[in-house]
Design a protein around this ligand. Structure first.
Ligand SMILES: Nc1ncnc2c1ncn2[C@@H]1O[C@H](COP(=O)(O)OP(=O)(O)OP(=O)(O)O)[C@@H](O)[C@H]1O
Ligand SMILES: O=P(O)(O)OC[C@H]1O[C@](O)(CO)[C@@H](O)[C@@H]1O
Ligand SMILES: [Mg+2]
Length: 550
């Protein structure tokens, strides 16, 4: 496939380890601790990067043979399976890779690629040797049970695996709970239920206790379903397993209702959540449209990323304003939210506002002077922006001389994630589960599965854990939203330039917030805030829209 380069932080494990003399192994095929060569320790956890012609780069995932050079392999039993053996080219070509970027220019380098997911001709487990386990961590997401079901049924029906354990209650279940046996019969109907039959948790990641439990139980395939935190946890479990020289495949299946996992096209359950959010937005629209100066406020999930709010808004077309964590906003003065609400009420007599739970946190902190609480996993605990914003709007319009309003606040947050997956998410979950188990059977480990530009791929853990997927407010999708709602962008040209250069909510420049500590604030809405005065330049016009919404 091309030459392998060795820049300082990059090196090819397979070629380097082939020069390490084969160490002694214990009964389960693992290299015993005392016999493990130093070279192995030093070369573990390095990235596998292969360079090819014309700027081609493969960011490969680890394989058993990287640290167990003489791991035996066997023909894939699928070749004798009547359902699959008739499929032309059922097995993936070992050289198939998936491009990270598909929009390219003449002469641009071929760029980063990932190994294509799917069944291989050779497997590194015999069917009766496999002892798999499945764990779900983090928050709920539609489709969790479908993924569990499809891993169990896929392993059983395609590879004849009979030993599959469910780890209950997330990571801490490895060392603090009993396991449950999973069979195709016991999981048959679970995709019709929301939640996870294995239950889940935050916190409790104790790497050595988890790996001890895996080793003690003789587990050799670990399927870990969860979000960004879970994938970080899976990555350190994999590192420890590799350090101990165990033949154990560690596979991450990305789960996040917020759609904030990098590289993959979309996370499962996201479409279902967006669909369910429509019901709340419809209710807000009906309520707002049935009274004079009605305002419907809907809070949707999205801790750091506003994808659910953005897509729910775009899908609904009833939303007048969408606020997300990535796009700072302000309330008072020219170009502020209150001015926009007043304008829209005068034009239409009602309006709907969708706010992602992570939006406006700095504004709330400013007026409440409290923040920085964390959950068991270390995630920031958010202040309730929906309640806060509703109160602020009510206070503003209750001032003498302002128009009377009728505001209804709808908070469907948990309702959009505690439901079963819709049809397309269910199919997507099947593909994820199959990609995961084909990869584990083929000896790959330390990877996350997911679609990249429509093709399923094996992605190294570091790729999905080192950055978060955010709505890019200088991209066309956010511009589409702004032109659909015709809301102000709340940004100056300077802000736009800053987000272009360093895109991440935590790097957003501090926004000058009008003083709003005294409730209710009946200050003049004519007050000018120069930092936010809408600039008439073409860029601002392009993203803020100018026409009236009906
Ligand atoms: N950096 C980390 N290293 C090891 N384990 C981690 C790390 N971050 C999180 N975890 C563990 O991963 C599990 C899930 O993390 P978290 O609660 O952040 O949810 P998540 O996987 O990000 O899902 P969600 O999308 O619901 O937030 C927890 O048990 C937590 O202890
Ligand atoms: O209340 P819990 O279970 O901690 O989950 C809430 C969080 O989980 C998510 O759904 C996913 O991270 C966020 O949108 C939300 O902030
Ligand atoms: Mg998370």
């Amino acid at each position: 496939m091309g030459s392998i380069s060795n820049p300082p932080s990059v090196f090819d494990l397979r070629s380097s380890l082939s020069s390490v003399s084969a160490p002694a192994k214990n009964g389960d095929g693992a290299i015993s601790r005392s016999d493990r060569p130093m070279a192995l320790d030093l070369k573990l956890n390095q990235r596998k990067i292969v360079h090819g012609d014309a700027g081609y780069v493969l960011e490969d995932v680890p394989h058993f043979t990287d640290y167990i050079p003489d791991a035996p392999n066997y023909p894939n039993p699928l070749q004798d399976n009547p359902a699959y053996s008739v499929v032309k080219q059922y097995f993936v070509n070992t050289d198939d890779t998936v491009a990270r970027k598909i929009v390219v220019h003449k002469g641009s380098p071929r760029g980063t690629h990932f190994r294509r997911a799917g069944p291989r001709q050779k497997v590194y487990f015999e069917s009766d040797e496999v002892h798999a386990c499945i764990v779900t961590c983090g928050g709920l997401c539609p489709g969790l049970n479908t993924v569990i079901r499809e891993i169990v049924c896929g392993l059983a029906h395609m590879y004849g695996v009979t030993k599959i354990l469910g780890i209950e209650g997330g990571y801490r279940g490895f060392y603090a709970r009993n396991t449950i046996s999973l069979t195709p019969k016991s999981v048959n109907d679970i995709h019709k239920r929301g939640g996870t039959i294995l239950s889940t948790s935050r916190g409790g990641h104790d790497t050595s206790k988890i790996v001890d439990s895996i080793q003690d139980r003789g587990i050799n395939q670990v399927y870990i379903i969860g979000g960004d935190g879970t994938q970080k946890g899976a990555s350190v479990i994999f590192e420890e397993i590799q350090r101990r020289g165990l033949k154990v495949a560690v596979v991450g299946i990305p789960k996040t209702i917020d759609n904030d996992i990098a590289v993959i096209d979309k996370s499962f359950g996201f479409d279902t959540a967006v669909e369910e959010a429509q019901r709340a937005i419809n209710a807000a629209h009906v309520e707002a449209g049935s009274v004079e100066n009605g305002i419907g406020v809907v809070k949707l999930m999205g801790r750091y990323s506003g994808f659910i709010a953005m897509y729910a808004t775009l899908a609904s077309r009833d939303v007048d304003c969408c606020l997300i964590p990535e796009s700072p906003f302000y309330l008072e003065g020219k170009g502020g939210l209150f001015e926009f609400i007043e304008k829209r009420l005068k034009e239409n007599g009602h309006m709907v506002l969708v706010v992602a739970e992570g939006a406006g946190q700095e504004l709330i902190a400013e007026s409440m002077r409290s923040m920085n609480h964390e959950d068991a996993s270390g995630n920031k605990l958010l202040l309730d922006v929906g309640l806060w914003l509703s109160q602020k709007i009510k206070d503003h319009f209750s001032c003498k001389g302002k128009m009377p309003i009728n505001l209804k606040y709808i908070d469907p947050t948990y309702m959009i994630r505690a439901i079963p997956a819709n049809a397309s998410d269910n199919v997507y979950c099947t593909l994820l589960a199959h990609s995961a188990l084909h990869g584990a059977m083929a000896g790959y480990t330390g990877f996350t599965v997911g679609p990249v530009n429509g093709r399923h791929a094996y992605i190294p853990f570091y790729r999905v854990t080192e950055a978060r997927n955010n709505v890019v407010i200088t991209d066309r999708m956010w511009a589409r939203l702004l032109s659909s709602t015709n809301q102000p962008s709340f940004l100056t040209l300077k802000d736009i330039e800053s987000v272009r250069h360093v895109y991440s909510p935590k790097y957003l420049p501090p926004i000058k917030v009008p003083v709003d500590n005294n409730l209710p604030n009946c200050g003049s809405s004519e007050e000018h805030h120069d930092d936010h005065v809408a600039d008439e330049s073409s860029l601002v016009n392009q993203i803020s829209g100018t026409t009236t919404k009906h």
